[in-house]
Design a protein around this ligand. Structure first.
Ligand code: GLP
Length: 238
């Protein structure tokens, strides 16, 4: 699955590069556990398949006020993507700079999103999916038109982040910005994602399950492993 995902990322980037007006491509990557092996493959076997100096990375989401290292998506992106692929330009969300005040976080994510939109928007977004169907930290109920903001994390999201979770809030790019990506890639692995994957791909398109909105985008690629695909309609499993 990770090899297919790495190859799909390279294909999406080549397609996006053909359409791009500037030489640089804005890429937004999920920092969840699902794509870790994919990023490792990009940095090794797929390294020579794309000119990574063309990529500008924009962070998708981040936990607020957490001291747990597994809840530091900025650090994750630096060590799994930026450093190994030698990507020089990145716009990250830095807790140490932002501080504690919620108003500062709101201002910071709004600025981050505005810069991305002014810079031409997203060429490629690589998504994981939450067990409750969230993308980024757009939890169930997030409006299709939502923009970058501070969010309260759903209990299901907090539960998956481990017993020592200290953060109940996050920041995320909004649905409107993510769904405007010229290429969207959705990755899911494991049985715990099966229900969300089936609902996202076979259920109604609705804010009840934010990932379902991906089906309304012009270019969506979905790569799931067998356990994550187990509840999809049989004719879609291949
Ligand atoms: C996390 C993040 C998302 C990620 C999703 C799946 O909480 N907010 O950006 O895509 O949930 O994460 P994982 O791949 O670890 O299951």
């Amino acid at each position: 699955m990770s090899r297919k995902a790495a190859s799909a990322i390279v294909d999406c980037l080549h397609r996006a590069a053909q359409l791009a007006r500037s030489s640089s491509l804005n890429v937004v990557l999920s920092a969840g556990a699902t794509p870790t092996r994919t990023y490792e493959l990009l940095a090794t076997e797929y390294r020579s398949k794309f000119d990574w100096s063309r990529v500008t990375l924009y962070q998708m989401d981040e936990y607020l006020d957490s001291s747990n290292p597994s809840q530091d998506f900025r650090e994750y992106l630096i060590s799994n993507v930026l450093t190994p692929l030698c990507i020089r330009e990145a716009h990250l969300i830095d807790r140490k700079v932002i501080g504690d005040a919620e108003a500062s976080w709101q201002a910071s994510i709004s600025r981050h999103e505005r810069r991305l939109v002014a810079d031409g928007g997203i060429a490629l977004a690589v998504h994981g999916i939450g067990r409750n169907g969230h993308i980024g930290f757009n939890e169930p109920g997030a409006a299709r038109s939502s923009t970058g903001r501070v969010v309260r994390l759903a209990p299901a999201t907090r539960a998956t982040a481990g017993p020592d979770i200290s953060s109940s809030r996050g920041v995320t790019l909004g649905m409107a910005t993510l769904l405007a990506a010229r290429e969207n890639l959705l990755l899911a692995s494991g049985a715990s994602k099966a229900e969300a994957v089936a609902e996202a791909l076979d259920g109604p398109i609705s804010s009840r399950l934010p990932a379902s909105w991906l089906r309304s985008t012009p270019a969506l690629t979905v790569i799931v492993d067998a356990p994550a695909a187990a509840m999809m309609k049989p004719n879609k499993q291949h």
